[in-house]
Design a protein around this ligand. Sequence first.
Ligand SMILES: O=C1C=c2cc(C(=O)O)[nH]c2=CC1=O
Length: 513
Amino acid sequence: QFPRQCATVEALRSGMCCPDYFPVFGPGTDRCGVSTGRGQCVPVTADLRPHGPQYTHDGRDDREQWPLSFFNQTCRCSGNFSGYNCGSCRPGWSGSTCSQPTNIVRRNLLDLSAEERRRFVNALHQAKVTIHPDIVIATRRREEIFGPDGNTPQFENVSIYNYFVWSHYYSVRKTFLGTGQQSFGGVDFSHEGPAFVTWHRYHLLQLERDMQNMLQDPTFGLPYWNFATGQNTCDICSDDLMGARSNFDISLISQNSIFSQWRVLCENIEEYETLGTICNSTEGGPIRRNPAGNVARPMVQRLPEPEDVALCLEVGVFDTPPFYSNSTDSFRNTVEGYSDPSGKYDPAVRGLHNLAHLFLNGTGGQTHLSPNDPIFVLLHTFTDALFDEWLRRHSAGISTYPLENAPIGHNRQYNMVPFWPPVTNNEMFVTAPENLGYSYEVEWPGRTLHVTEMITIAVVTALVLVAIIFAAAACIVRVKKNKDELHQPLLTDQYQHYSDDYDSIPTPSQSVV
Ligand SMILES: O=C1C=c2cc(C(=O)O)[nH]c2=CC1=O
């Protein structure tokens, strides 16, 4: 959430988070790399357009008008520079001057070679155990951020992967309304609204960038899991990938997989909700996963079908009022999975992304915990690939993204919670290869036709065939007639000629030898 340099009493009191890029001349001398033209320290802009009616507790949550509860000054970077101190490059650019375009390819996990699989699993594990070099997380609300003594900022180190987990938790956590009062759950800064696709896109970009830096490999790309197989098995749940099922406990991961050793963050939801604390970097129990094993909900014992993907990509409008989980004919609500694959809202339906989460039936199916299961990364890269393909097919302009009245956090110009430096939903609503420097290696399924469509096509084809046959027959008749007409005058001519000349034809006796 915030750079380590800003997790201090001074920075929080001043509201300024503009770390030096080049701190050799002493603190505060090169804020945002100003001396080398990388950027400058400017006031934060937070859009004030009204949010939708779902959130009724304005003024009670640190995430409102993000990030103004914490900071009101940030680095604004020039050109392709980016990052909390303008020390890195915008997505899609690399090199010391950020002038080299990048094209990171995100591939199907199942297409990776044995060596590539091993490297990817190891990279995830390294991210799980490597302290984030730049970012620390708040473990208290703003009200309590200076600690019990008023002088001890309540921030903690967190690993790169756990930061990914924590950001998701922070965006979905309930609003604390006071001790003894029920926390308010009708709030979600990253789901059930248009920002679902933009928020998760940035979330993945950030993990990918952190892992590139950790691996010192600027070409590292996150793979994806094509979850739309229609199967009722998890095809990436093998020990060389995301871990097979344990032989000893059906809801655990096999001990042959490194992921059986992972411990989850943000489990103590009751404590957070009753005491008003925030998840910290303490890990708890193991990842639980029992794919297709939810006997109480047979509907989520299977994965989406390829056909669902094809149908979803045909939904023509990005999002529709009320821009929420009950929107109908909305691409966003369809890919998120609250509508059926053709876009019709149905409260009983769970499709695409939601269905894949619920299919996992464990850690990966609970919103406050789900990124703890590394399948989350792959499930969301595929969802992002769908979003990108939809943007491309529909040449979608930003005008289809609501400027106001979307649920809190979801308006077009709102900064996404809890990312730093501030980044708006708007900035992620662009095609990835051209604007963000990555692309997906994927083939999209075609749609099978409905009976009515097949009948229409058959009738039209038959009519066209009949028309062709008629035209051909008419042609033949005309040609034949023309031929006859051509022959007839000739014959008549000849005949006439001969008959005209008949008298002049010499009889054999008259012929001149
Ligand atoms: O982690 C998630 C878990 C989810 C469960 C549902 C549901 O539809 O019940 N949706 C989810 C989204 C998640 O991100």
